[in-house]
Design a protein around this ligand. Structure first.
Ligand code: PBG
Length: 331
């Protein structure tokens, strides 16, 4: 490095920032539409899309509007859609999640009929959308989430989702052994080609608040006995080792922005693709601040997505996927 000439700096990083064309050329990271996955909610029995107050711009889809949203995502160049079903009837064991006619399975078939495999069809493999108590699993006689009884339910869910035509399943309930258990069930049923996106580091987070509105979750307690403690980063590496050993095809960190350190550690560690989930509360924060005129909406969105890429994500799940993909395609 040059020491400079008298009082002048000899090295000037600003030179490479001088014009938009130059900055574009030397950018280390960029967001490509194919990096993005759109999470989408579909509500059983909805006659019209239902707007979500805590997520301005996001709706609970009808079957019809979901099909249109899938086409829109495909046209914008988004690579995948992650489906969440909101059943009309919930019960203690989440029966809707294993019913071949449950709303999530119906939605998978609808999207598959509409766009085929041009979009990667992904589905949430968890019970919280279907249970009346709102937990991600079934409860034992003491009201505790029963890990191993839940695994059996996940295995059944995996089969109906695979049979409906999902290409990637996302077990998000943080039960011990869920990846291995679901993998085995899929393989035994001949679904070797269905992939698993492991929610490897899923933290118990206040940033899921608006999502619980979106799926009409009846949760009254919390998820601290199965989701990870926000105080722990090293623990994520333990979960990572287990998920990989159990057969995860991709791994994910969630939430996103508050956990970029975990994302970086995971990305440095693995050879499988790494995803990040920009969750509902992150969406709500930016929309709310922008709605007040306190931050520039589009810049804040694009900057947040770039941060995931910089931290090592290959894939980003974001409710802004379509809008961000359109901008990325221009950029
Ligand atoms: C569980 C699940 C949740 C989210 C995705 N999958 C909620 C939770 O674990 O409490 C949250 C996603 C978001 O907040 O956008 N099925």
């Amino acid at each position: 490095m040059s020491s400079g000439y008298g009082e002048f700096p000899g090295t000037r990083p600003r030179r490479l920032r001088a014009t938009p064309a130059l900055r574009r050329m030397v950018a280390e990271h960029r967001v490509h539409p194919a990096d993005l996955v759109l999470p989408a909610f579909v509500r059983e029995g909805a006659a019209e899309p239902v707007p979500l107050a805590s997520m301005p711009g996001v709706v609970q889809h009808t079957r019809d509007s979901l099909r249109k949203a899938a086409v829109e995502a495909l046209e914008a160049g988004v690579s995948g859609i992650m489906l969440f079903g909101v059943p009309e009837t919930k019960d203690a064991v989440g029966s809707a999640g294993t019913d071949p006619e449950g709303i999530l399975q119906v939605a998978i078939r609808d999207v598959r009929a509409e766009v085929g495999e041009a979009l990667v069809i992904m589905s949430d493999l968890c019970l919280d959308e279907s249970t009346d108590h709102g937990h991600c699993g079934v409860l034992d006689g003491h009201g505790r989430v029963d890990n191993d009884a839940t695994l059996a339910r996940y295995a059944e869910m995996a089969l109906v989702q695979a049979e409906a035509g999902a290409r990637v399943l996302g077990p998000s309930g943080m039960m011990d052994g869920q990846i291995g258990h679901v993998r085995r069930a899929l393989d035994e049923a001949g679904h070797q080609e269905v992939s698993l996106l492991a929610y490897t580091a899923k933290y118990t987070s206040a940033f899921y608040g608006p999502f619980r509105d979106a799926v009409e979750s009846g949760l009254t307690g919390d998820r601290t006995t199965y989701q990870q403690d926000p105080a722990n980063a090293r623990e994520a590496l333990r979960e990572l080792a287990l998920d990989l050993a159990e057969g995860a095809d991709m791994v994910m960190v969630k939430p996103g922005l508050p956990y970029l350190d975990v994302l970086r550690r995971v990305a440095d560690e693995v050879a499988v693709p790494v995803a990040a989930y920009q969750v509902s509360g992150e969406y709500a924060m930016i929309e709310a601040a922008a709605g007040q005129g306190w931050i520039e909406r589009e810049r804040a969105i694009d900057e947040s997505l770039l941060a995931f890429k910089r931290a090592g994500a290959d894939v980003v799940l974001t409710y802004w996927a379509v809008e961000a993909a359109r901008r990325a395609a221009r950029g």
